[in-house]
Design a protein around this ligand. Structure first.
Ligand SMILES: Nc1ncnc2c1ncn2[C@@H]1O[C@H](COP(=O)(O)OP(=O)(O)OP(=O)(O)O)[C@@H](O)[C@H]1O
Ligand SMILES: N[C@@H](CCO)C(=O)O
Length: 289
């Protein structure tokens, strides 16, 4: 049986809006059961479609329109519309499904290009394909993705119960920034990218909370962000950022402080589930049994 496994991803890392993301240790798994008369997607992920309109199948058909329909069994640890790259995991799984069933032998750069064209930006899809921490951008007709070293901290992941669709979280962003605002925001992001690559983690820690592109505008959609950021600092965490479009909040902490940070958040009555994740070096994986 063919099995495709795609990691969740945490995008933006504060100032790296639409550009920086990392693969993390929870997964979407697609098992290809058998050929069928029509596409059938078995899952228990709520309202998502069970037929060929499912994003996984739609993506596969964009890549290989003549694919034979199959019965798929989908399980996912990645909460949908929560800022952990669920849509990217589905897109990457669909590309890999087409790649395997039609034997396309797509190179990784081609998968990043196709996935970024569908998603619009590479920050979730590139690490879901390549693994690790990736910095990328659209450049003309291409998408460029540059791997950087993994962060050295625990990823304390606070996952609110409510959904936040990316489209809704993008709708609150301003249509324009002034020249001065844009140059300052991108200077912060550029320096963060340089510090990530140079592994200057004291600089990384200072810049992760300096975003000017999206968090100031999205904060009202995720009111816990300010409180959690304060509690996390008091308990010794390194930095806190809004994961992807939210509402998940990512707290970076040295392993010695992690238990204290979790206790501080829970002790303050913030009751949403917390998972301590790690970054993962491997992107989409295929197994044949
Ligand atoms: N496992 C899945 N199978 C099929 N479609 C999915 C799956 N997961 C997500 N989707 C699609 O993606 C949509 C959610 O995408 P959205 O971009 O709003 O959230 P997200 O990807 O979880 O967040 P973010 O991009 O901020 O990390 C769902 O409404 C659904 O259409
Ligand atoms: N960079 C994207 C990630 C979610 O797709 C955003 O923050 O809107």
């Amino acid at each position: 049986m063919l099995t495709i496994k795609v990691p969740a991803t945490s995008a933006n890392l504060g100032p790296g809006f639409d550009s920086i993301g990392m693969a993390v240790s929870i997964y979407l798994t697609v098992k290809v059961i058998e050929p069928a008369a029509a596409w059938q997607v078995e899952h228990d992920l709520g309202d998502l479609p069970h037929d060929e309109t499912n994003l996984i199948v739609q993506t596969a058909l964009k890549v290989a329109p003549d694919l034979t329909p199959h019965h798929l069994q989908v399980t996912s640890e990645i909460p949908v519309a929560h800022g952990l790259g669920s849509s990217s995991s589905a897109i990457v799984a669909g590309i890999e499904l087409a790649n395997q069933l039609a034997d396309l032998q797509l190179p990784a750069e081609q998968k990043v290009l196709i996935a970024s064209q569908i998603e619009g930006h590479p920050d979730n899809v590139a690490p879901a394909i390549l693994g690790g921490l990736v910095i990328g951008t659209k450049a003309g007709e291409k998408f460029l993705a540059v791997p950087a070293p993994a962060l050295p901290w625990d990823l304390i992941t606070y996952i609110p119960a409510y959904n936040l669709a990316t489209a809704d979280a993008r709708a609150v962003l301003p249509a324009t920034l002034s020249f001065q605002e844009a140059t300052h925001a991108s200077a912060i992001a550029n320096t963060l990218a340089a510090a990530l690559v140079a592994q200057q983690y004291e600089v990384v820690a200072q810049l992760l909370e300096q975003d000017q592109f999206h968090e100031p505008f999205r904060q009202r959609l995720v009111p816990e962000l300010t409180t959690i950021r304060r509690l996390a600092h008091e308990a010794g965490a390194v930095a806190t950022y809004l994961s992807g479009a939210g509402p998940t909040i990512m707290i970076l902490s040295g392993p010695d402080c992690t238990a204290k940070v979790v206790q501080a958040i829970q002790g303050a009555g913030l009751q949403a589930p917390i998972q301590v994740l790690t970054s993962v070096a491997t992107g989409v994986q295929v197994e044949r049994a």
